[in-house]
Ligand binder design. Structure first.
Ligand SMILES: NC(=O)C1=CN([C@@H]2O[C@H](COP(=O)(O)OP(=O)(O)OC[C@H]3O[C@@H](n4cnc5c(N)ncnc54)[C@H](OP(=O)(O)O)[C@@H]3O)[C@@H](O)[C@H]2O)C=CC1
Ligand SMILES: O=C(O)CCC(=O)C(=O)O
Ligand SMILES: [Mg+2]
Length: 739
């Protein structure tokens, strides 16, 4: 029996799963394929970590650990939907929700004082940020827009804002004293165990990391962000935004860079509200209100300040009336760019701004130009190049533009994904040293208290595999493949030496393979995009993340339409769905008006790939027939406009699943490779087709009124299932097929 493992995640993709998975089970079951579910949602992961506090019925297995092991085997065939990479405020909210549902979980210890509290805190902290993807991603990343999707975007272009040549939007970045410019990097000549320690001015040595095992050929980097320079830089940008009267916006990745970026976010909050913190900083601190949780957390906790709460609130509100205007996440609700560290995530936020003519939302619901503040200069230049290009040539034209697919290095926690446990906020001035087991100092930085120091690792095997994948994609497409590596950066220089070496292992005859700095690579790629040409971007992990939102959002309107495959290094398959996230605002829309505009196209594409993978691996030709039929159905969903619309009264996520099922059944009934499958699906196709109007009407009828899901992080099974499967007629056909 072939098996597909379908992940249960969070937010919009979780809601969509309740509607789509019954269809998947029904169709796959008919081909003898089992669909199993593993819960890797934030709530599920929290529950899995506190078995001793839960009843037998409440306990959850550690599905993530299980899948992490599976991902290192050839048996893996996992469909991975986007999940919440929780910021601290999200983690606290999820804990509170579970507690209210009767799960006896401990509170998140804000300032752990006892061993027990420290242990609880450590368990919770493991769940924060990108805790899922790095565990499952035992392979490198291949993300691209399939031809059908690209053709659809060309014939039915999404809306694009217009760009004026006099737009005042620009990127501001440090360019000195930051992670990019302070970087040092070594390649390990042999396996070893490193230590990281801090040596204070008086010679006191504090071990930051006792044991950091490394393999031969591994690239190890160390760098730091000088916080005094960061704060000066931020203050300059606040002043510049005020002087130019443009919106101030900050763009970080506080989820994936879960230690460094919340700290940077906190500095931005403190600098933007400098007067408030100068006056009330000590009180806020005493009340446990931390700037790194954002303005939202501070405002919500002000009552702890007793009589002074009103005064502090007035001071914050007063500041918000002054220049510069702060960009907004939701101006109707007064949620600013500095409210929640995970609300504005650079990979999605910068492309959305560029797509919108360089404009973001302001406090009065206006749209305006912005200084987009991206403190570290490693990749900020990429966005500035795109912005300059749009100022010079206008917005991109989705009907003619080329594509920038990505081959991304990410296996085995490559690069920054592995740096959480090696990122430290300095408590004292001194030096940070990375030492080998013989005590030799491999890298050293002079730091001050408050500076953010981090190391990261990149193993050799993943680099070899990444080069191989890049050559494979270049060969398959005939397109140029550009390694986005900057010889001026220490880490990149080391990677370049490896890339040059490993390219020799492949036949690259006739291929156009180049190495360019991210800025030069962006220039080349956007120039070619405008000529309708495709250019493969071969990047490290962070640029993989950035590019696979940036280009899809410009080309396709959303990264949800991406095919996102992770060929696992040990032979299994991980099929991610799209390249975007879990779209929290879509959940709100469902709760308010029973309309889910999540587009599951990424799930459709991933499922077809997973079926073809099974066909090959398990010698299961029926799985191929199913997968190919699914692709034809997906293409019809696109061309016949059955994707979710954005507004009430039109087709939503559930409706698109109905049409997918209809077209899939029809494609199976029509195909001639597998007569039995055709016979099986002919009546299904007939029933769905005959009842099309009834089903469509049943799906439309429920729209427009609020829905109670019984929870946000841990919604009620039955309530969600009922909300997401509102057509009795459709359900009857699917359930009959499921048997
Ligand atoms: N692979 C993973 O597990 C990932 C997880 N995340 C997590 O997701 C959460 C939210 O992240 P955020 O950066 O806001 O990014 P999202 O991709 O969730 O949201 C950005 C916007 O993209 C659009 N969008 C994304 N996916 C779809 C889809 N399938 N259908 C329709 N529209 C879509 C929507 O905008 P619009 O209004 O423009 O249509 C959405 O509001 C965070 O917790 C983050 O950590 C993020 C990225 C990847
Ligand atoms: O792992 C995460 O936190 C987000 C991942 C992401 O954004 C991506 O893979 O595109
Ligand atoms: Mg991303």
């Amino acid at each position: 029996m072939s098996t597909i493992i379908y992940t249960r995640t969070d937010e919009a993709p979780l809601l969509a799963t309740y509607s789509l998975k019954p269809v998947v089970e029904a169709f796959a079951g008919a081909a003898g394929i089992d669909v199993e579910t593993r819960d890797i949602s934030l709530a599920g992961r929290i529950l899995a970590h506190f078995p001793e506090r839960l009843t037998d019925a409440q306990r959850r297995p550690d599905a993530l650990a299980e899948l992490g092991r599976l991902a290192t085997t050839p048996e893996a065939n996992i469909i991975k939907l986007p999940n919440i990479s929780a910021s601290a405020p999200q983690l606290r909210a999820a804990i509170a929700e579970l507690q209210a549902q009767g799960y006896d979980l401990p509170d998140y210890p804000e300032s752990p004082a006892t061993d027990e509290e420290r242990e609880v805190r450590a368990r919770y902290d493991k769940l924060k940020g990108s805790a899922v993807n790095p565990v499952l991603r035992e392979g490198n990343s291949d993300r691209r827009a399939p031809d059908a999707v690209k053709n659809y975007a060309r014939s039915r272009p999404h809306s694009m804002g217009t760009w004026d040549s006099d737009s005042r939007t620009r990127v501001a970045t440090m360019g000195e004293h930051d992670f990019a410019t302070n970087e040092q990097s070594v390649i390990m000549p042999a396996p070893d165990t490193l230590t990281i320690s801090h040596v204070a001015a008086d010679g006191t040595r504090t071990i930051l990391k006792e044991s950091l095992p490394v393999l031969a050929g591994e690239v190890v980097d160390a760098t730091f962000m000088q916080v005094s320079a960061l704060r000066t830089f931020l203050a300059e940008q606040v002043s510049a935004a005020a002087a130019e009267d443009v919106l101030f916006s900050l763009h970080l990745k506080a989820t994936m860079m879960k230690v460094s970026d919340p700290i940077i976010f906190g500095h931005a909050v403190e600098v933007f509200f400098a007067d408030v913190f100068a006056r009330y900083g000590a009180q806020l601190d005493a009340a446990g209100l931390s700037s790194s949780d954002g303005l939202g957390g501070i405002l919500a906790g002000l009552d702890a300040l007793g009589d002074d709460a009103g005064e502090v609130r007035a001071a914050i509100e007063g500041r918000l009336r002054e220049l510069p205007r702060l960009s907004m996440v939701n101006s109707d609700k007064g949620i600013t760019n500095l409210h929640v560290p995970s609300d504005v995530i650079v990979d999605a936020s910068m492309p959305a701004m560029i797509r919108n003519g360089g404009k973001v939302w302001g406090p009065k619901g206006e749209v305006d130009d912005t200084i987009a503040v991206i403190p570290d200069s490693s990749y900020a230049g990429v966005y500035q190049v795109v912005i300059e290009d749009c100022k010079a040539h206008g917005a991109f034209d989705p009907t003619t533009m080329g594509s920038v697919p990505n081959v991304g290095l990410m296996a085995q926690k490559a690069e920054e994904y592995g740096s959480h446990d090696k990122t430290f906020e300095m408590v004292a001035d001194g030096a940070v040293q990375v030492l080998d087991s013989a005590g030799t100092v491999l890298m050293e930085h002079q730091v001050c208290a408050g500076d953010i120091w981090r190391a990261c690792q990149t193993k050799d095997e993943p680099v070899r595999d990444w080069v191989k994948l890049a050559v494979k994609r270049a060969r398959a497409t005939g397109d140029p493949a550009v390694f986005w590596l900057d010889p001026a950066r220490a880490h990149d220089a080391n990677l370049i030496s490896k890339v040059e070496e490993y390219l020799q292992d492949h036949d690259t005859d006739g291929l156009d393979i180049r190495v360019l700095s991210p800025v030069e690579a962006t220039k080349l790629s956007v120039e070619r995009i405008r000529e309708g040409k495709d250019t493969i971007s071969v990047t490290g992990n962070v640029l993989r993340d950035y590019n696979t939102d940036l280009f899809p959002i410009l080309e396709l309107g959303t990264s949800a339409k991406m095919l996102s495959v992770v060929p696992l290094m040990n032979g299994g398959g991980l099929f991610e769905t799209g390249a975007g996230g879990s779209a929290p605002k879509h959940v709100q829309q469902l709760q308010q008006e029973n309309y889910l505009r999540w587009d599951s196209l990424g799930e459709f594409l991933a499922l077809a790939e997973s079926l073809r993978f099974l066909a090959e691996r398990d010698d299961n030709p029926r799985a191929r027939v199913l997968g190919d039929a699914l692709d034809r159905a997906t293409e019809r969903v696109l061309t016949e406009d059955r994707s979710p619309a954005r507004r009430l009264g039109e087709i939503d996520n559930r409706g698109s699943h109905f049409y997918l099922a209809l077209y899939w059944a029809q494609a199976l009934a029509e195909q001639t490779e597998d007569a039995e499958l055709a016979r099986r699906f002919a009546p299904v196709a007939e029933q769905l087709s005959a009842q099309q109007d009834t089903i469509a009407q049943e799906l439309l009828d429920v729209q427009g009124s609020p829905v109670d899901l019984g929870g946000y992080y841990h919604p009620d099974e039955e309530k969600v299932a009922a909300a997401m499967r509102p057509s009795a007629t459709f359900n009857a056909v699917i359930d009959a097929l499921r048997g």
